[in-house]
Ligand binder design. Structure first.
Ligand SMILES: Nc1nc2c(ncn2[C@@H]2O[C@H](COP(=O)(O)OP(=O)(O)OP(=O)(O)O)[C@@H](O)[C@H]2O)c(=O)[nH]1
Ligand SMILES: [Mg+2]
Length: 201
């Protein structure tokens, strides 16, 4: 049956697609986060952690972890009918950081995941995005068993600029991760608007 335009309702909207990076230290939950929200089967590039890598792969806190991302994670989430995010998870281990430049090409913003038991592991990601003026939010992945700290203390420990949002999250929980993604889009939009204004004046 052929429907007329009016019968079909509104013509479909072509969604805006935005690229968001998910970065942070080794084993902080980046692959878990992308998998928790992706509406397509996420593309993963996991390799087994081996005995040979034990001295450099510090799995303390994530002892159940047997694999690590060697190139990237990729997932997609429709936040609104007209807004789709492409999520790119970065590898956490230093020896794969050469991937980051390629992955950050054209990114609107980033989520830096942090674990309060190993906060220093996310310093490199924070520095990376600050240096390149890529807007980012911090998502503190609240693992069970990790001590809970006041948000202000975490901000201070990370020496965050006032404008950088910090959100508590659970990388395994779709709704909680969605909040973080909405947070990064809002922050990046505000950042872009601010920049446009600075250029105009
Ligand atoms: N308890 C708990 N475990 C989590 C949470 N997030 C991730 N995990 C577990 O922590 C481990 C690390 O998760 P990954 O998602 O592989 O971490 P990653 O950041 O992608 O790691 P790399 O790619 O190796 O840097 C996995 O065993 C997850 O099941 C969380 O919020 N709570
Ligand atoms: Mg990973």
């Amino acid at each position: 049956m052929i429907f007329g335009r009016s019968e079909r309702g509104k013509p479909p909207v072509e969604p805006v697609t935005l690229k968001i990076l998910v970065a942070g230290g080794f084993g902080v939950g980046k692959t878990t986060l992308v998998g928790a929200v992706s509406e397509i089967r996420p593309l993963r590039t996991e390799e087994l952690l081996t005995e040979a890598g034990r001295p450099v792969d510090d799995t303390s806190g994530v002892e159940g972890k047997h694999t690590t991302t060697v190139a990237m994670d990729f997932g997609r989430i429709t936040l609104r009918e007209d807004l789709v995010l492409y999520l790119f998870g970065t590898p956490g281990q230093e020896r794969f950081w050469f991937m980051w430049d390629e992955l950050s090409e054209g990114a609107l913003g980033a989520v830096v995941l942090a674990d309060t038991r190993r906060l220093e592991d996310c310093f490199a990601a924070v520095d990376y995005f600050e240096r390149r003026s890529i807007p980012f939010v911090i998502g503190v992945n609240c693992f069970e068993g990790a001590a809970r700290y006041p948000v202000e203390d975490i901000r201070q420990a990370l020496d965050l600029d006032e404008g950088v949002p910090l959100l508590l999250t659970d990388a395994r929980d779709r709704e909680s991760v969605k909040e973080v993604l909405i947070g990064v889009v809002q922050h990046a939009m505000a950042y872009a608007a601010e920049r446009r204004q600075t250029v105009a004046t």
